[in-house]
Ligand binder design. Structure first.
Ligand code: ADP
Length: 323
């Protein structure tokens, strides 16, 4: 009988639980034993893991977060840390590991795989900045949460002569801000991938009012060159000249919480099942992702060597749509 382990690592994302459930149940269906590792790589290095049965993953498909817990584990970046993890895996006779997580986590997965252990990654991050998967687990739910906030702010913005800025997650990648901005009908979108000076944002908003718009919404990614705090200060300093005030709402971790929607539950289920299928077929050192409506695999070496690009033509489209 084969014995495998599963862990969730890095930033949690709605749908991670559905992926764990799929790994556990499809693993059990193959007649394997499946261990759940607590708190990501930190639990792996400390040997904090237990065998999971079908009932242990009952009632989690609709829950956000991760039942296994997640953690940042800087020690895993060192060879000593990874050797400790390997010792724990070998001591328990574990023959394969599924890593559910984003960029950092898959970099760790690749490092472990390079040391000869069979590892399969599952693409999960709300940032959608992972090469090798068009869309990752958690993105759709996070986007819907951002949209709900934008819709509510629009209502109040229309009632006052007020501009609103909403900061969404995305340290290096503007995907969430761009998509939430387009779907939410924002007047301006500020992302790390393109410079957007404060004075230009101000003139866009002013022009929107002049065109008869009842509201002005700016969606900004947390990692933009001019972040929400800087923009808020700028607008405060120049309030009189600009003629309106700008209120900032930071969505922060609200975006990560909540129940995963149908899309994320189904995506997580298919990718989790894809991960055990890979291990069954002896395929490892790969990321299981979603491309062109199919479960796909991409070598982890390729995943970590590339930076996912967003389609900047959508930013131009957003400008046309905001007229
Ligand atoms: P995410 O997976 O959401 O991008 P992080 O970037 O925080 O999250 O990474 C999660 C964990 O992955 C880190 O705490 C660390 O244990 C591991 N990790 C990140 N980068 C590396 C690396 N270069 N080598 C080995 N492990 C890494």
């Amino acid at each position: 009988m084969k014995r495998i382990a599963v862990l969730t690592s890095g930033g949690d994302a709605p749908g991670m639980n559905a992926a764990i459930r799929a790994v556990v149940r499809t693993g059990l269906a193959k007649g394997w034993e499946v261990y759940g590792v607590e708190a990501g790589y930190s639990g792996l290095m400390n040997g904090n893991m237990r065998s999971l049965g079908a009932r242990d993953v009952s009632g989690i498909i609709q829950q956000g977060g991760t039942m296994l817990g997640s953690a940042r584990a800087p020690e895993f970046k060192t060879e000593e840390g990874r050797l400790r993890a390997l010792r724990e895996l070998n001591r328990r006779g574990i023959e394969g590991l599924v890593v559910i997580g984003g960029n950092g986590s898959q970099t760790g997965a690749n490092a472990l795989s390079q040391m000869g252990f069979p590892v399969v990654g599952v693409a999960s991050t709300i940032d959608n900045d992972l090469y090798g998967s068009e869309i990752t687990i958690g993105v759709d739910t996070a986007l819907n949460i951002a949209l709900e906030a934008i819709d509510r702010l629009k209502t109040t913005a229309s009632s006052h002569q007020r501009a609103f800025m909403i900061e969404v997650m995305g340290r290096d990648c503007g995907y969430l801000a761009l998509m939430a901005g387009i779907a939410g009908g924002a007047e301006a979108i500020v992302i790390p991938e393109r410079e957007f000076p404060p004075e230009q944002i101000a003139s866009e908003l002013r022009e929107a009012y002049e065109r008869g718009k009842a509201h002005a919404i700016v969606v900004v990614a947390e990692g933009a060159q001019h972040n929400a705090e800087e923009l808020e200060q700028y607008f405060k300093q120049h309030e009189e000249r600009l003629g309106f005030d700008l209120r900032v709402t930071k969505l922060g971790h609200v975006q990560r919480g909540g129940e995963p929607g149908a899309f994320d539950r189904l995506l997580a289920t298919r990718l989790g099942a894809g991960a055990t299928r890979c291990l069954e077929q002896g395929q490892h050192g790969v990321l299981v992702g979603w491309n062109r409506s199919e479960v796909t695999t991409t070598p982890l070496t390729e995943v970590v060597a590339h930076k996912k690009q967003i389609d900047l033509s959508l930013l131009d489209l957003a400008v046309e749509l905001s007229q």
